[in-house]
Ligand binder design. Sequence first.
Ligand code: UDP
Ligand code: MN
Length: 796
Amino acid sequence: MRVRKYLRGSGRVLAFVFVASVIWLLFDMAALRMSLSDVSGQQLKERLIREREFYKRQSVEGLHPRRSFTHPVNRADPPGGQKAPRRPSSELDQVYRHKGEQQGQRSEEKEPRFIQVSRSNRSKDVDVKPGNGAAHPNEIAPEQDSAAKKEAVNLNVNTVGADGFQVPQKVAVKTPPAVQKAVDKIDPEANEKVEDSKIGKEAIQPEATKSRPAQTTRGRPNQDVKEVNKKVAEIQVKVTDKNQLNADKEPLKPAVNHLAVGNSSANAVVRKSSVHTVLSLDVTNSPRDPKAVGQFGQAARVSNHENLEVEKRWNEGHFNVYLSDKIPLDRAIPDTRPQKCSQSLVHDDLPSTSVIFCFVDEVWSTLLRSVHSVLNRSPPHLLKEIILVDDFSTKDYLKKKLDDYMSQFPKVRIIRLKERQGLIRARLAGAAEAKGDVLTFLDSHVECNVGWLEPLLERIYLDRKKVPCPVIEVISDRDMSYMLVDNFQRGIFRWPLVFGWSPVPEDYIKKNNMKVTDPIKCPVMAGGLFSIEKKYFYELGSYDSGLDVWGGENMEISFKIWMCGGEIEIIPCSRVGHIFRGQNPYKFPKDRQKTVERNLARVAEVWLDEYKDLFYGHGYTHLLNKKVIDIGNLTEQIELRKRLKCQSFKWYLDNVYPDMNAPLVKADGLVYNRGLRKCLALQQDSLSFETCDLSKQSQHFNYTWMRNIRHRELCIAPHVQSNSLALQPCDNAKSELRWLHKSTVSNLFFHKMLVVLQVFSRMCLEGQLEGPAVRLRSCDAKNLFQKWQFTHYYAQ
Ligand code: UDP
Ligand code: MN
């Protein structure tokens, strides 16, 4: 009745309004929840994927550190949470070849800051495995994809017209006057000059006219040679920017792209000389077969019945060898440089370079494609020679057949090592033979992109202590497609000296007003691809020749360069594709893991100072046991560091890699015992408990990376027989001084015990009310006297 009363007259209206508002509110809340769960679901998903990737890398690569545990093909969202803008496929088409005016019209600002890795063209039929560095196939909508494909096929690099490509220059190489001038300037000695100008005019002709490897869809390498040798093709030089021919007439723009990043000024040499627009030489066959497998760096398709063959040949190189053999040795690849690169200026009198490829049992087609990409896309007057160092390969085709093939190219020399030396000593052998001013090291499964060389040499020209690296792009190991990588990526390391890629911090980009074309200061180089002035390389003591086979040499040279006065840079206008492989395809004379660990330990001992504890403390304490591993003699390396008056590793961390987290200890401060409610103190060489007082040095302990409980030079050592504790001079190599500071039951830091591993059981450090301050007892998670807490924790 009462309810009825309320529902009469105006009450009824009010009730209706009330009920309606409640319903409305409920709907609203439901909608809000849905959208929230959408957002958080999406975020969660992204985070999970990121984390999964991270842990996958950590677990695999942590155990087997590679020179490149990952590559920046995965889209890197810029710090701050915005998503990386996606490159529309129309833009992707444009990057096949820059298009003169059209290119110029596109402003730098439009350049996506973080270019997502984008397959230049993607085939849906190809099995692109996510997590293998390849972008997910769904990233480009199917219709966009097919549009891109259509466009790509129409892209004939030798035709002119709407797509903006230049008419092929039938007149072989027309050396731009500015460059010719430069060639004349390079060598003061007259006879050298003759040789060089010969290079400028003729070098391409004999090489290219003799036999330019044709685009071929043939599979087997030996067939390749026959076919290739039959073809005598005209040389064509594609000059993507007409202005290049008139480069010296151009008004001098103020130091375009001579952007100094970092502490370059100290080493800079100011020279006055004329400049020209970077050359975009790309010598190609005519007509290129636009339909050839993998042409334009597109993903190549393999039909189902070929899969068996793909699998069978996979281990020859740990990538799709079957497919690689089908792809033309001189295929076109997309010009992936940021837009402004093709207009940047470089000096006319750049130094020349020797390109050094080391290889052991490299796949024929990838080795040749690497060499051809250098011959085809390097200004001849700057390419002194190509040195192939055969690190005692076992494959037959790398012997006489390779000699015969390369005999067509006067600039290519082959050095054969009499026994397996490993990558490091093979490079040293190549360097010792090199005649160029600059050494350019490349892996033997790369494709140098258009305009790759001059921007590297320019940096060395500006400052001989700069060590420039190209942006390493990704040639898919599965479908051999050429993929773009994110901008603003630099090489870094994580503990224990594991190489990786990471975006330049956003605030650094802002503070330095960095553009996509600017050189990027790079704490650690990936290792495979870089240029270094030859004399400077030797001044630095080259590589530590005690490093074996593979691994760690990129850390060594990186620390050495930075700490001894040089700089490593990634040059966004220089781009080289590289096949990242899941495994080393060659054999290690000794155990792989031991070899890499030993190399890293050498690097840590010479360069890391007190920070070497972080290296050993991240899973490498076993290397401290001299009985387990002999890392060899380091006297020479340590002497070198002294002689060069190199900076400390702390300096390196502070100045080169300030965002690196490198606490020298895991925890420190007071050591509080939960049961006693007092702190551990060390006085007159014995342990006691005192009322906690941070100002007392006697109460300060470190929990080190070696997991020692350390007070100055003394460490707490368990005495096994008597279950008592003693103090001993600390010794990183002694495993009996290591304590696990372990959380029990809950993760609350209060519930941490100090556990030591005894012969048969785990024993815990326990505080005592009477008698000696501490003793060892069987671990008991409920015992408060076994719970310890340091004041500060820096790492888990
Ligand atoms: N290499 C060599 N001798 C060796 C190991 C490697 O000459 O003992 C060559 C190898 O053929 C390649 C280069 O060194 O051209 C770099 O090796 P890899 O590509 O395996 O290194 P990653 O790119 O995986 O770091
Ligand atoms: Mn490689």
